[in-house]
Design a protein. Structure first.
Length: 326
């Protein structure tokens, strides 16, 4: 199995092919580790979503205005909070899994027989901590951008004509922040942010096309995967408002399984999306900074010829070497 290099200049088609070739080579390990990480979170999300939508549909058929605000908040807020928290943890897990696997793969690690415990200890544990730190910085940047846009909009609403397109333009290079930070051990979070903007702005057009195409693919996959469960929830609320009897309990159980499976594979659909950004980062790094040549120069002494094939430089045999045989 030929390894796919990370640092190689690629056009859009080659990035697309590299993404799915990598996924095909590693999908068994990714799927197995996803069962450990994402399946429990998908089940938790499904519990919250089922309760939230069931309550929302039930209230839509009654006079929700008469419901006490505290009761409404407890009924709607608690399951929504479960969904949000599970989504945050699942996002951390997905980013950590993808870029840990890309890093491990690039280092030449063996995929056969790889256990999650060894993978976590060798690569993923450190990457997971980096993901949490990056998300913290990303949240702060998002808050600052929203505050700035809000202040400008308060001063003059016409500023939105400039700020909204500017946010869209400058937000796109952030897609390279994760691979720049998580794939490089010697890069801190701020340097990775600078690098992502330098690479992202210089390859903005190709990055936009890649983001658009991969987003459409993920969105269509999400709709296909989540639609059956959503339809079944609506039918459950309308046909079985009260879970009573074997028939309604069986239908509720099947609905839960379908929703959980759709949620799990919906998260799985995010894996190629993030892998694509990893290979775009590798292409941009090689194109702009020629990182493979720089790495070869840094390890030039290790690449020298040791002349082991030169008969004139063969080591001279000494009887001391055969001392024990004497």
């Amino acid at each position: 199995m030929e390894r796919i290099p990370l640092y190689q200049v690629r056009n859009f088609g080659e990035k697309f092919n590299a993404t799915f070739d990598f996924f095909k080579q590693t999908w068994k390990v990714l799927f197995r580790f996803s069962l450990y990480l994402l399946l429990p979170l998908s089940l938790l999300q499904t519990v919250g979503m089922d309760e939230y939508y069931s309550t929302a549909f039930a209230m839509s058929t009654t006079n929700a205005g008469e419901t006490d605000p505290v009761t409404l908040l407890s009924q709607m807020g608690a399951p929504l909070l479960v969904v949000i928290l599970a989504s945050i943890v699942a996002t951390v897990a997905v980013f950590s899994l993808v870029y840990s696997m890309m890093k491990y793969y690039r280092q030449g690690g063996a995929l056969d027989g790889l256990t999650f415990k060894a993978f976590w200890k060798e690569v993923m544990g450190r990457v997971c901590l980096r993901v949490c730190l990056m998300m913290l910085f990303g949240t702060l940047l998002t808050v600052l951008a929203c505050v700035l846009a809000g202040v400008l909009a308060y001063v003059t609403p016409f500023s939105l004509i400039v700020t909204i397109p500017a946010i869209l333009v400058f937000a796109l290079p952030l897609a390279l922040w994760a691979p720049a930070y998580l794939l490089e051990d010697d890069t801190n979070v701020i340097d990775a942010l600078r690098k992502s903007y330098r690479y992202g702005m210089k390859t903005w057009g190709s990055l936009f096309v890649l983001t658009l195409v991969m987003s459409i693919i993920v969105y269509m996959a999400s709709c296909i995967l989540m639609m059956p469960g959503m339809i079944m929830i609506v039918i459950k609320v309308l046909a079985f408002p009260q879970i009573e009897g074997f028939g309604s309990m069986a239908y509720a159980f099947v609905t839960f399984i379908v929703m959980a499976a759709g949620m799990f594979f919906n998260w799985m659909a995010m894996l190629p999306y993030l892998i694509a950004f990893g290979y775009h980062y590798g292409s941009a790094a090689e194109k702009i900074d020629n990182v493979t040549a720089a790495d070869d120069i840094a390890h030039f002494n290790e690449m020298g010829d040791n002349n082991v094939d030169d008969p004139a430089l063969e080591p001279v045999h000494s009887e001391i070497d055969d001392f024990e045989k004497l």
